[in-house]
Design a protein around this ligand. Structure first.
Ligand code: KG4
Ligand code: ZN
Length: 799
């Protein structure tokens, strides 16, 4: 087998190509190194990785189509570095339809030392940034390094120094790892650097990755391994989540602290968040309602409280789902070594079948995975077929019976699942996809020559979008027919923070990318009346959003797309997200032709644009401060309405009077195309405060309608002026806020009356999606405007 190994978790871009002979009967595989291109490359991993893989293959006299499996370092290391390596590797493996396996980067470091002849006690200190390291101890023997720890973890560098300096065998300890670059002084001061390994061994090598994989035979060896299932090793939650946990753990009040959302409005949508101490009474009541007839005792408030205390030995993760000010579900688990034991799952009887248990379990297992777990286990009453079926749908398998677990004659069925759990691609849909249950690699589809020809004639363009909090993939054909349009939204995971948390967004993109691509390839095949999903090799090109957006989110899509395009041997097209919002209008009006005026109103941008020709954009004005969508989100947050604000406010505004409150219209003079929304936001906040001081209850529908009117009046007036000034006869709009029914209606009615043809994109193509990216990618494909495989994400792209 030909295996390519890569790792960008550290400043080392590790890359090697090897001939791999699987070991028989559990014996170690044999690795013959054919080429290696390890080199230090700080902050340029996404630029250099695919090119380096190509060069290493050339060195070995091989081609990407010869590769049988990829191997990737899963960290721990720099979060972005790990994600670049893993996303690229997922793209490579999915694009080539071959296996992907992951190995611990720390293990690879230990094997790198072993390969250099090091024997004895070795301490790897991986750099975790911010004063922290990932400490890992190995007994390196002739047969190879043996782990002296269970799970990867992160600690303060000083704590690692102390821990190791306290060891009786400290005199034998040989240090390595890239943490020594930054924190070597600390180790030096404790007298631990005397036996440090030579500096060139401080990083993982490609060969180290291969040796580590050959040794563990993880998941049945490199010949098996689904790219959807390989995930980074992080060892900690995002800062936002850590802080939220601390805050909730301390919250004592049982009133609005319970939900963090004004009670009367929390019901606008179901939200999930970690359980806090203020929740324990409600949690116990819910558990009681769920398990009153069960054989086991419900959890008491006291018991829940003890779970949340800092004193518990094993890490815990407890989540609640709340709606309408009520806790309607809860789930929790305890981390034991690499397994998360699910302790309790309860959903209010009247809220079953909405996928709430699944969402809760996804959060618990997600936390556990971040803490190094690879499996989940639980006990369920043997006769409870409904619950057993739910768990089976999530990938749990029955693996035994515990007789009398719940008392005499009441047996428990023990179930286990590999992490990650099988989850619905679309968090809103209760049906899980089959992605994780499949066998990988996919068997070659049996296409007839007629089918093959039919697919080739359609010149299918696959497009990937990951600039913010939606992972989206679409397929369009050469005539512009949309054949697949998949979106996996992360809103659930960001809602309780009142906005998108970049670190969470990046993590979720890595998790769902392959699943969303799979779903799009299946949907496209179904649209063409084909049973087997479209194969990467059957596409004409691969498009991806290059920017603008959150850099950590963009890199996941860009790295994946580059690996995918290279492995499938298809050209790559880079797409500007803002152009995507513009081109979404072509889904409604295919014959849309410049010159026209375009309004872009999204969460990140507010622009009025004179489109003189395709690609020739005169930006007439932009916002000086907040974007329109941002203003909606901030106002909703100030009102405690949750996130995202746009849909919530527009629903409220339905029954409100837009003239009830006279909010300011900024920069409202003719000829001025700039926008400013911060003044309006302040006016709304002041209004809320004043009403509260005066003891008056807010009339939310009037407030929402008046706020919308203030925003949209300005949008309309400036668009009208721009149309008049340029003489354009066409108008269109795009971005998340363009989904707003009042804005759409206003533009269509008022501008049409003046003889302007108005186009609005389909509602689902306003908020971020890949259909719009596919429309742009198709145009560029037709013009032969391809991107090189060394492009990086560009968070600051403009029109
Ligand atoms: O285009 P988009 O999905 O993401 C960016 O590229 O920024 O826009 C998201 C924004 C959010 O701020 C959201 O509140 C807003 O679009 N939005 C709306 C509506 N639906 C989404 N704003 C007003 N009315 C809506 N119905
Ligand atoms: Zn957008």
């Amino acid at each position: 087998m030909l295996v390519v190994a890569l790792d960008t978790s550290t400043d080392m871009l590790a890359c090697a190509v090897a001939a791999w002979t699987p070991g028989r009967d559990g014996a170690r595989a044999d690795v013959e190194l054919l080429a290696s291109r390890d080199h230090l490359c700080r902050r340029r991993a996404n630029v250099e990785l695919v090119g380096t893989v190509q060069t290493a293959l050339e060195d070995a006299g091989k081609h990407v189509s010869d590769v049988d499996a990829f191997l990737v370092g899963r960290g721990p290391g720099s979060f972005t570095g790990v994600r670049i390596g893993i996303s690229t590797a997922k793209g490579l493996a999915r694009g080539a339809n071959v296996a992907l396996q992951g190995v611990s980067t720390l293990d690879a470091c230990a094997w790198t030392a072993w390969r250099a002849g090091v024997r004895g006690l070795v301490g790897v200190a991986g750099d975790a940034m911010r004063g922290e390291v990932y400490p890992a101890l190995y007994a390196v023997e002739d047969e190879g390094p043996r782990r002296l720890f269970e799970r990867e973890r992160v600690v303060k560098a000083a704590a690692a120094v102390e821990e190791w300096a306290d060891r009786a065998d400290r005199g034998e300890l040989q240090l390595t790892g890239d943490g020594l670059v930054r924190y070597g002084r600390l180790f030096e001061e404790a007298g631990l650097m005397a036996r440090a390994l030579p500096r060139e061994l401080w990083w993982p090598s490609g060969e180290g990755l291969l040796l580590a994989a050959a040794d563990t035979g993880i998941g049945g060896g490199v010949e098996a391994g689904d790219p959807a299932l390989v995930l980074p090793i992080y060892t900690r939650l995002s800062d936002a989540e850590e802080n939220e946990r601390k805050r909730l753990g301390l919250a004592q009040s049982a009133t609005s602290e319970v939900t963090g959302v004004a009670d009367e409005l929390a019901g606008r949508h179901l939200q999930l968040r970690p359980m806090g101490s203020a929740d324990v009474e409600a949690a116990a009541a819910l558990d009681d309602a769920c398990f009153a007839d069960a054989n086991h005792a419900p959890w008491s408030a006291q018991l829940f409280l003890s779970e949340l205390s800092d004193d518990v030995a094993a890490p815990r993760s407890w989540w609640v789902a709340h709606d309408n000010g009520q806790i309607v579900g809860l789930a929790g688990g305890m981390v034991v070594d690499t397994d998360v034991q699910i302790l309790d799952v309860a959903v209010a009887p009247e809220r079953r079948r909405e996928g709430i248990a699944r969402k809760l379990l996804s959060h618990v297992s997600y936390d556990a995975q971040m803490l190094g777990c690879t499996s989940a286990s639980l006990e369920v009453e043997a006769g409870n077929e409904g619950a057993i079926a739910l768990y089976e749908a999530l990938g749990f398998e029955r693996c035994g019976l515990r007789r009398g677990y719940y008392g005499p004659g009441a047996d428990a069925c023990v179930m286990v699942a590999q992490l990650p759990l099988v989850l619905p691609v679309d968090a809103a849909s209760p049906e899980p996809t089959a992605a994780a249950a499949r066998t990988w690699p996919l068997s070659a589809s049996a296409r007839t020559p007629e089918e093959r020809e039919r697919i080739a004639a359609r010149e299918l363009v696959l497009a990937i979008e990951s600039s913010c909090d939606e992972t989206a993939v679409a397929v369009i054909d050469v005539d512009g027919a949309l054949l697949a349009n998949q979106v996996s939204t992360q809103i659930d995971f960001h809602a309780r923070f009142g906005g998108v948390v970049p670190e969470i967004a990046s993590r979720k993109h890595v998790e769902v990318m392959v699943g969303v691509v799979d779903a799009a390839l299946e949907e496209a095949a179904a649209s063409l009346g084909l049973a087997d999903p479209i194969a990467p090799s059957e596409l004409a090109c691969v498009g991806v959003t290059q920017g603008p957006g959150l850099v950590g989110a963009l890199v996941v899509g860009v790295a994946f797309a580059k690996g995918f395009a290279f492995a499938a041997q298809k050209p790559l097209v880079a797409v500007n997200h803002l152009e995507g919002h513009l081109f979404a209008n072509k889904l409604t009006t295919p014959d849309l032709e410049p010159p026209f005026i375009f309004t872009l109103v999204s969460g990140g941008h507010t622009m009025l644009v004179h489109v003189r020709a395709w690609g020739d954009y005169e930006v007439l004005g932009e916002t000086l401060d907040d974007a329109v969508g941002e203003a909606f989100d901030k106002v909703a947050k100030a009102l405690g309405l949750g996130y995202p604000g746009g849909p919530i406010i527009s629903r409220l505004a339905e029954t409100g009077d837009p003239k009830a409150i006279d909010f300011p219209r900024a920069l409202n003079s003719r000829g001025d195309y700039r926008f400013s929304l911060s003044g309006l936001k302040t006016a709304v906040t002041l209004y809320i405060e004043n009403e509260a001081k005066a003891g008056r209850a807010l009339h939310l529908p009037d407030l929402a309608a008046s706020f919308e009117a203030a925003v949209f009046d300005v949008q309309y007036k400036k668009a009208k002026n721009a149309l008049r000034e340029t003489g354009a006869k066409e108008y269109c709009i795009g971005g998340g806020v363009a989904a707003n029914p009042h804005l759409r209606r206003m533009m269509i009615e008022k501008l049409s009356r003046q003889g302007i043809r108005v186009t609005v994109p389909p509602t689902n193509a306003c908020t971020d999606n890949a259909a719009m990216i596919a429309v742009v990618a198709r145009e560029r494909y037709l013009r032969g405007e391809f991107a090189e495989l060394d492009i990086d994400a560009d968070p600051n792209m403009t029109l």
